[in-house]
Design a protein around this ligand. Structure first.
Ligand code: FE2
Length: 428
């Protein structure tokens, strides 16, 4: 009896490890390949292969393993190959998936994020109708429980050590991954942009790509994005989906909408007497990596990138903050497991939110749309980011009066500039 039970337990654990490793390997390969600058038809073929690998391969493997475990005959050559693959899957499950998943569950966000206020607006309720039209993959938008229309308006403050005190309070409106396909109608985007009027006018507007999924929507770029204005500048980069269409035409329309194309070499923006470098990269799909930051040329370096895979290189090249999109938070996130599919060579590492990469802050915005208009556990997002100079903050253990801090946070930017000397006194 005991032998039978332990045999059954061995089969169950073996099966669990085999299935976990098999699926994790299939997902990892797909995610990494989707992070490479491959053409769309090749990626589509890979996705079909991946589905076959998971949906057909998994039950076949379970049947083979069960027969083999309980002593049924299988052809010797096939059996040996499958045992080797099974051992590989167990290794992937134990050495790859399990530690990565544990690290993900224990992950802590960088202390640089000072506040995070989210307001969710249900656009379907607000408009009285789901803003959807017939088009490619439109049935996803009709699914019950789809959170595509519950948009998060997120206000975040990042206190960054490298930010000069004069730039404390600079705001950036970050919008990304709009994926105009015609399925989410212009009313969807107009309603979102109308909600932005509840926020103060941002200093800078940053768009980080993936505007087009249907060439019939090219003119939506000037019509819809032309509504977005910053007090000082508007910058944009394009994404991998744009690269599958007339990317030069998309860039022309972005310029017509009032956006400056952020370039790898960057452009200096003079703000409050300080030099803010704003660079952009569409790597690995188009162009080159961002140019290294010349500390003599810029007081603070902001990078706009479509994808977060540039993070380690950007940190090495001296950038202080990178804003990006691309991963959509995984679009569908499972309880405990989190996201599954993520088009990144780092897999699910940079799924959403704020990360610290060396001395650089990396913010990954979930974006507004997707080729598949489906969101579960990863609502669409538009973010207003306020930059704070960590040097102006006073640590409670240093005996800083709370009154000073309250006064400091409610004053305007010019007033705060004038108080920089007080901050120095406060730190001393
Ligand atoms: Fe995207």
């Amino acid at each position: 009896m005991t032998t039978a039970l332990s045999n059954l337990a061995g089969w169950f654990l073996g099966c669990l490890g085999l299935v976990t490793g098999h699926v994790a390997l299939a997902v990892w390969v797909l995610n990494v390949c989707y992070g490479l600058p491959w053409p769309k038809p090749r990626l589509r073929r890979l996705r079909k292969l991946h589905l076959a690998w998971v949906l057909i391969g998994t039950p076949l493997l379970v049947v083979w393993f069960t027969l083999s475990w309980f002593g049924h005959d299988v052809p010797p050559g096939v059996g040996r190959a499958l045992w080797l693959y099974t051992i590989g899957c167990w290794a992937v499950a134990l050495v790859g998936f399990l530690p990565a998943q544990t690290a993900r569950l224990l992950r802590r966000r960088p202390e640089w994020q000072r506040s995070n206020h989210t307001r969710v607006v249900d656009l379907e309720r607000k408009l009285g109708v789901r803003p959807v039209a017939r088009g490619p993959k439109w049935w996803f938008a009709l699914l019950k429980g789809n959170q595509q229309f519950q948009v998060e308006f997120v206000q975040k403050e990042f206190a960054l050590p490298a930010l000069p005190a004069e730039l404390d309070g600079v705001t950036i409106l970050h919008v990304t991954d709009l994926h105009f396909s015609g399925v989410l109608t212009p009313r969807f985007y107009e309603a979102i942009f109308a909600e932005l009027s509840h926020w103060p006018e941002p200093d800078i507007v940053a768009l980080t790509g993936d505007y087009i999924d249907n060439e019939a929507c090219y003119d939506w770029i000037p019509e819809l994005l032309g509504q977005l204005r910053g007090r000082f500048a508007q910058f944009a980069v394009v994404g991998n989906h744009d690269n599958w269409f007339d990317v030069a035409g998309i860039k022309r329309r972005l310029q017509a909408a009032g956006f400056e194309l952020a370039r790898p070499e960057g452009r200096i923006l003079e703000l409050h007497g300080r030099r803010l470098l704003v660079a952009g990269t569409e790597w690995p799909w188009i162009g080159s990596l961002p140019a290294p930051v010349d500390a003599h040329r810029a007081d603070f370096a902001l990078l706009l990138s479509h994808g977060p895979d540039v993070a380690y290189e950007a940190a090495r090249r001296g950038y202080h903050l990178t804003l990006c999109g691309h991963n959509h938070g995984g679009q569908v996130r499972l309880p405990v497991l989190g996201p599954v599919y993520m088009p990144s060579r780092y897999g699910r590492r940079f799924d959403m939110g704020l990360f610290r990469v060396g001395d650089m802050a990396l913010f990954v915005n979930k974006g507004l749309g997707g080729e598949h208009p489906l969101r579960i556990g990863a609502r669409p997002e538009v973010a207003l980011i306020t930059l704070r100079a960590a040097s102006l903050e006073c640590q409670p253990r240093q005996g800083v009066p709370r009154r000073w801090r309250q006064q400091h946070e409610t004053t305007s930017l010019p007033q705060r500039k004038a108080k920089t000397c007080q901050a120095s006194a406060c730190r001393a």
